[in-house]
Design a protein around this ligand. Structure first.
Ligand SMILES: CC(C)(COP(=O)(O)OP(=O)(O)OC[C@H]1O[C@@H](n2cnc3c(N)ncnc32)[C@H](O)[C@@H]1OP(=O)(O)O)[C@@H](O)C(=O)NCCC(=O)NCCS
Length: 182
């Protein structure tokens, strides 16, 4: 586990964030989304995109460095986690987990009892993150990813069943990474 004492602020993504998010996305994913998808998604009333920002003071000016982001869709009876990424230079320092707590908050605030997602079969680090939150594999989608025809694993978390586990994770995370909860 790396240690960065970076104070993190999480807020909704806005149009002027897109170019920075795209850079992060290109660094984190091989099949990064084009700009227009982010523009469309920010206009989608059933979607919410969030960014994690490092707040820095430079030459008496406050700068905002986007280190991670998430995107979710609010479905009838579940939250769909569409995307989550942390800049590669900042991975393994607790930020992905911090953003997952934010996603759980989004589901709870919308009274949605489940979170569902798809993840590449080969993406074991992301699967371990989701399993930590109680996500279980419930199916596969063959040839789901266009770039290399990789299968997707579908994972589901029933929030009621994992409420206590997630609460304990929050308490441990807040002790280990207090700067990520500013
Ligand atoms: C998946 C991702 C968001 C995780 O973010 P992160 O900030 O590195 O994760 P954290 O440091 O918060 O780790 C939280 C947990 O995730 C799991 N994990 C994350 N990266 C891991 C790795 N490289 N190896 C093993 N476990 C890993 C562990 O369970 C870890 O808990 P632990 O520290 O107690 O072992 C990040 O690796 C990423 O952006 N990857 C590229 C984009 C991507 O694959 N997104 C998911 C698409 S479905």
């Amino acid at each position: 586990m790396k240690k960065f004492n970076v104070p993190l602020k999480i807020r909704d993504m806005i149009v002027t964030d897109i170019s920075a998010v795209k850079k992060l996305e290109s660094a984190a994913f091989e099949d990064a989304w084009p700009q227009r998808i982010f523009e469309t998604e920010l206009d989608n009333g059933f979607a919410q995109y969030r960014v994690a920002l490092e707040l820095k003071s430079q030459n008496k000016r406050r700068t905002q460095n986007i280190l991670g982001y998430t995107g979710v869709w609010f479905m009838v009876d579940q939250l769909h986690l569409v995307s989550i990424a942390i800049h590669p230079n900042y991975q393994r320092s607790g930020m992905g987990e911090r953003l997952m707590f934010d996603v759980v908050d989004q589901a709870n605030a919308a009274l949605l009892p489940k979170i569902v997602l798809e993840v590449r079969k080969s993406n074991l680090s992301a699967q371990l993150l989701y399993e930590k939150f109680g996500f279980k594999k419930i199916g596969e989608l063959k040839n789901y990813y266009k770039d290399n025809h990789e299968d997707a694993v579908i994972m589901l978390c029933k929030l009621d069943a994992h409420e206590q586990k997630i609460q304990s994770l929050i308490e441990i995370h807040q002790m280990q990474h207090p700067h990520l909860w500013t």
